[in-house]
Design a protein around this ligand. Structure first.
Ligand SMILES: [Zn+2]
Length: 309
């Protein structure tokens, strides 16, 4: 029987390299390494997406890594012991090649998503990425390569984009991006986060601290107020949205109390705010822990696939 697929109003970037490289032990042991595959499989099963139309990225090249990361750091990443320490996982030694490949593949996905979003002006989800703690000369918090910073520098180099916005709603502060772009007038950084792991004090653009055990009402009210204010004075040519699912009440690491409905409202608020002005939008996954994390992304992607905006 012929399969009938509905028209897709958004695209997804994903490849099998996103799964195989990740160890299931270490600091992020509650990270469900199969969650992106679960989302892909369910959407395919429900005929919401055509498997053959999923965007498949190449590994990010070393030349592109050098757009942000120092030569010294890239050299350190060749050492499995260093990567093991960084990810606090002994399993890295065994899986070393595939770990670095994982980060390069997902970064390739963010680059591909941005290229596609700019060319066709359609929202593109990268099922991974948002490594917002990575700095040019060091990695931290399970972020080895800064995929968004690399994408910004790449498209700037290609003269394709002048003004960028990064909206970061992961539970943790996007310290890598905030610091890296702190003196850059053409990159607006917006980070709304808890007080856990607030690494830096120097503020650029918007850096919003939420109260402990934040609920739906406070969260959504703060987001609407602050994002509206941010959008007033800065019109970007592209937006990168780090849609971390760790503010979700079922997250196993974080302490926020945002319901599943609240998470969808949050995501759709950002989505509509960006798309009502027809601005190209790239959505990356950010953090999210525990076996229920995947459902937050699934709700969001399903809506965007079916609704033109
Ligand atoms: Zn996080």
């Amino acid at each position: 029987m012929r399969k009938i697929f509905k028209k897709e109003y958004a695209k997804i970037a994903f490849s099998s390299d996103y799964i195989y490289g990740l160890p299931s032990a270490g600091d992020h042991q509650t990270f469900d390494v199969m969650k992106y595959k679960k989302i892909r499989d369910k959407l395919v099963h429900e005929k919401k997406i055509n498997r053959r139309k999923i965007l498949r990225p190449y590994l990010c090249s070393y030349d592109n890594l050098r757009l942000v990361h120092t030569e010294k750091y890239i050299k350190k990443l060749q050492n499995p012991d260093y990567v093991s320490q960084l990810l606090k996982s002994d399993a890295v030694n065994l899986l070393y090649d595939s770990i670095l490949e994982y980060f390069r593949a997902v970064t390739g996905g963010t680059l591909l998503a941005a290229a596609y979003a700019l060319k066709y002006n359609i929202p593109v989800f990268n099922l991974g990425g948002g490594f917002h703690h990575a700095h040019p000369d060091k990695g931290e918090g399970f972020c080895v390569i800064n995929d968004i910073a690399i994408s910004v520098q790449k498209f700037r180099l290609l003269n394709r984009v002048r003004k960028f916005m990064i909206i970061d709603l992961d539970y943790h502060q996007g310290n890598g991006n905030l610091l890296y772009f702190k003196d850059d007038p053409n990159v607006y950084t917006f980070s709304m986060h808890s007080d856990t792991w607030v690494e830096i004090k120097c503020l650029h653009n918007k850096d919003i601290l939420l109260p402990k055990e934040c609920n739906d009402d406070i969260y959504l009210e703060t987001l609407e107020r602050e994002l509206t204010e941010s959008c007033l004075g800065f019109t970007p040519d592209i937006v990168f949205y780090i849609a971390g699912s760790d503010p979700y009440e079922k997250d196993t690491l974080a302490d926020m109390k945002i319901s599943r409905e609240g998470m969808l409202k949050r995501n759709l608020y950002v989505y509509k705010k960006v798309r009502e002005n027809r601005i190209p939008l790239v959505i990356v996954a950010g953090g999210g822990y525990g076996e229920d994390s995947w459902e937050v992304y699934y709700d969001f992607i399903k809506y965007c696939l079916q609704n033109k905006y």
